[in-house]
Design a protein around this ligand. Structure first.
Ligand SMILES: Cc1cc2nc3c(=O)[nH]c(=O)nc-3n(C[C@H](O)[C@H](O)[C@H](O)COP(=O)(O)OP(=O)(O)OC[C@H]3O[C@@H](n4cnc5c(N)ncnc54)[C@H](O)[C@@H]3O)c2cc1C
Length: 444
């Protein structure tokens, strides 16, 4: 049984699934990770990196085959609707798949999380024709998807989006540039945020479904970056791309709202699960190394300060898993999932950065070399507190919710603070010490 199983099993009755289904999905994820030898190949993917040649992006040798194997095994189909060749299971189980892949390879885990985000966004906002066209192929891993929101001058501040999609009758004509797009150039389909009606303020944005082979779409460059070096992070250029009107996703004018909803749900919980996966491997490595490595005549794991670090890491991991599973369950069952997603994303990503750093520290000089994976985990997980909305933005969202919803602090329970939302008769759990309340002007 996977270590994650008890965390999800706690919610089986709420999710209306049984124990066997949970274990089936987690076991299948582990089986595929083992069968494809993903963990052994992760250092090679990190070293080789993706390539941009003649305008085409390719993943590191052998990586695409693994992505496709996951698709053939039905893993991207976990929460896609049954009407579109999905399994129709809770989204929570997809986060389990994401964590398990990320334990083996941070770069591939990120791609899995992004594929889940695209399936989530299409399921939420796509019309029947769009769902029928894309969902079955995404679910089978025949095609891959990306989200393209960030621009050189618009990251946290998405309202500053400059990309335009001007109505020309049957088409929108798309012009602009996106930056930092995961799997950009590799994916066949893109959820793009653009301004369709620039004079309408916040109601002037829309989401479009862009296909890679549309004329005028090109990859500007792949970023050379710190970590996730097996994962393509691309600049995308749109030069008079004619996007058919039928590719408008959701409602015209609601693009900003849809983007924020997509980010608050699938993407943030996905990043939380992804970072927990990397952190779990780092923790296991730290535990193993501290039993093998000796200093002053005994294993370093017996030295009080190392022991205490390992205990802290274990607690952080437990809370990271509890936070993201909880958020995913709230997303599956209703309730304030956007707030829960921000809490999970903030806690899991910050904890994962700390855990991977402590693993490197416990490895001493070996942790700095490329002979051990400790340094790769530090690099790979660094994006967690930035991508999908930075830690500062998550703090802003949490404290804004507390103020706007007039949430009341109602005490502590174990590692959590309990905050009650009167209008929703709902209690949110926030890990203790997650937010500096005084700084954000919140009265407890
Ligand atoms: C490896 C990687 C993969 C990515 N993949 C994707 C992807 O697939 N699709 C996509 O669309 N984007 C992607 N991104 C982009 C990512 O989502 C953005 O980098 C992120 O949202 C932050 O935006 P920014 O980089 O413009 O930073 P900025 O918004 O410029 O922020 C700079 C700093 O200012 C702080 N800040 C900004 N505004 C506030 C505020 N109001 N209050 C407090 N602090 C504030 C931020 O927290 C941060 O510390 C990816 C990024 C990376 C690194």
């Amino acid at each position: 049984m996977d270590v994650l199983s008890p965390y999800i099993l706690e919610y089986v009755s709420k999710l209306n699934i049984d124990k066997d289904t949970v274990n089936y999905v987690l076991d299948l994820s582990n089986e595929l990770v083992e069968r494809t030898k993903l963990a052994e190949k992760a250092p090679e993917f990190d070293k080789a990196g993706p390539k941009l040649e003649n305008g085409e992006v390719s993943l590191p040798p052998g990586n695409e085959e693994i992505y496709r194997e996951f698709g053939k095994a039905g893993l991207y189909a976990i929460f896609a609707p049954e009407d579109y060749e999905g399994m129709g299971l809770p989204y929570t189980l997809y986060t389990g798949f994401t964590e398990i892949v990320s334990r083996a390879c941070g770069s591939t885990g990120l791609g899995v999380a992004v594929q889940g985000s695209v399936i989530d966004i299409l399921t939420a906002f796509g019309n029947e024709k769009q769902k029928a066209k894309y969902l079955p192929r995404l679910a089978k891993g025949e095609i891959f998807g990306s989200v393209a929101f960030t621009e050189p001058v618009a990251g946290s501040d998405l309202a500053n989006t400059k990309t335009t999609a001007i109505d020309e009758g049957d088409y929108f004509v798309l012009n602009g540039q996106k930056q930092f797009i995961t799997n950009g150039g590799f994916s066949e389909v893109y959820v793009v945020l653009a301004r369709t009606d620039p004079d309408k303020g916040k109601k002037g944005y829309s989401q479009l479904l862009l296909e890679r082979d549309m004329e005028g779409f090109s990859v500007g460059r792949l970023e050379k970056k710190y970590g996730l070096e097996g994962s393509p992070t691309a600049v995308l250029n749109f030069d008079n791309v004619k996007v058919p009107k039928e590719n408008l996703l959701g409602t015209r004018g609601e693009g900003l709202k849809q983007t924020i909803l997509g980010l608050s749900g699938g993407e943030r919980i996905g990043v939380a699960a992804w970072s927990t996966g990397i952190a779990y491997t780092a923790y296991l490595e730290a535990k193993e190394y501290s039993q093998i490595r000796k200093a002053f005549g005994k294993p370093i794991g017996e030295i009080p300060i190392i022991k205490s670090k390992l205990e802290k890491m274990e607690k952080q991991l437990d809370l990271a898993r509890k936070s993201y599973v909880r958020a995913a369950v709230v997303k599956d069952t209703g309730g304030p999932w956007a707030l829960e997603a921000s809490i999970a994303k903030l806690y899991a990503s910050e904890a994962a950065v700390d855990i991977t750093y402590q693993n490197q520290q416990i490895h001493g000089g070996n942790g700095i070399t490329r002979d051990y994976p400790a340094e790769r985990h530090v690099r790979d997980v660094r994006t967690a507190t930035i991508g999908g909305g930075t830690s500062e933005i998550q703090q802003l969202i949490i404290t804004r919710n507390i103020k706007q919803k007039q949430m009341k602090f109602v005490g502590e329970e174990g590692s959590w603070e309990k905050w009650f939302i009167p209008a929703e008769d709902y209690t949110v759990l926030i890990p203790k010490g997650l937010v500096d309340w005084e700084f954000w002007g919140v009265q407890k």
